[in-house]
Write a protein that binds this ligand. Structure first.
Ligand code: GLN
Length: 191
């Protein structure tokens, strides 16, 4: 399976490593024409305003939305979660808006700007998932079609809507491939 990583800004290499380690092909996507033939796309962490501006400039918004309608699966981590959200609390910044979620940016105060914790994520199995949060958002509210996959401190940090997946944390910062594998299972329609 060919999985693209949107390579405008952010931790592209780490996601590519994870995808390759699941036995799939990773493609660094720098222009919209490279979306052709992909089963899935990862929108990595970084700065959502910067990535959004670059996406606009390079024609990614319309191209990705078109592909999403044709069946492209998308997984957004952190800034990627924000870009997938229909609503971003207090912000009009550009976004894909494909998931019926409200994202709250930089939702963890200064003391917790970056932290790691073990999350219970039932869809990944019994073993907790070591989760790295870096100036992370959380999901403030979800629509009826959204499945909540994990919470932390009573806030939603991992969610799915059909072929779209979003996490506030960075699984690519660990060597645990379970989130990437789960995304691939979504693309294969196994889950
Ligand atoms: N704080 C960033 C934003 O609002 C997201 C941080 C990240 O992706 N690690 O876009």
């Amino acid at each position: 399976m060919k999985i693209g990583i949107l390579a405008l800004q952010g931790d592209v290499r780490e996601h590519a490593w994870a995808i390759q380690n699941t036995g799939n092909e990773a493609v660094e996507v720098k222009k919209a024409s490279q979306l052709e033939g992909l089963a899935g796309l990862i929108v990595p962490g970084g700065e959502s305003t910067t990535i959004g501006k670059l996406m606009e400039e390079y024609g990614f918004f319309s191209a990705i939305k078109e592909k999403a309608e044709e069946g492209l699966g998308i997984y957004g981590t952190c800034a990627g979660l924000i870009l997938l959200a229909k609503e971003i609390a207090g912000s009009t910044q550009p976004r894909l808006g494909l998931m019926d979620i409200v994202a709250q940016r930089n939702a963890y105060g200064r003391q917790r700007e970056s932290f790691e914790t073990d999350l219970e994520i039932p869809v990944l199995g019994e073993e907790p998932f070591r989760s790295v949060f870096i100036r992370a958002p959380y999901i403030e509210a979800v629509g009826p079609e959204v499945q909540v996959l994990a919470t932390y401190d009573n806030k939603i940090v991992f969610a799915r809507q059909g072929r779209f997946l979003a996490s506030a944390f960075h699984p690519e910062e660990t060597e645990d491939l379970r989130v990437h594998r789960y995304f691939i299972r979504i693309l294969k329609r196994e889950v």
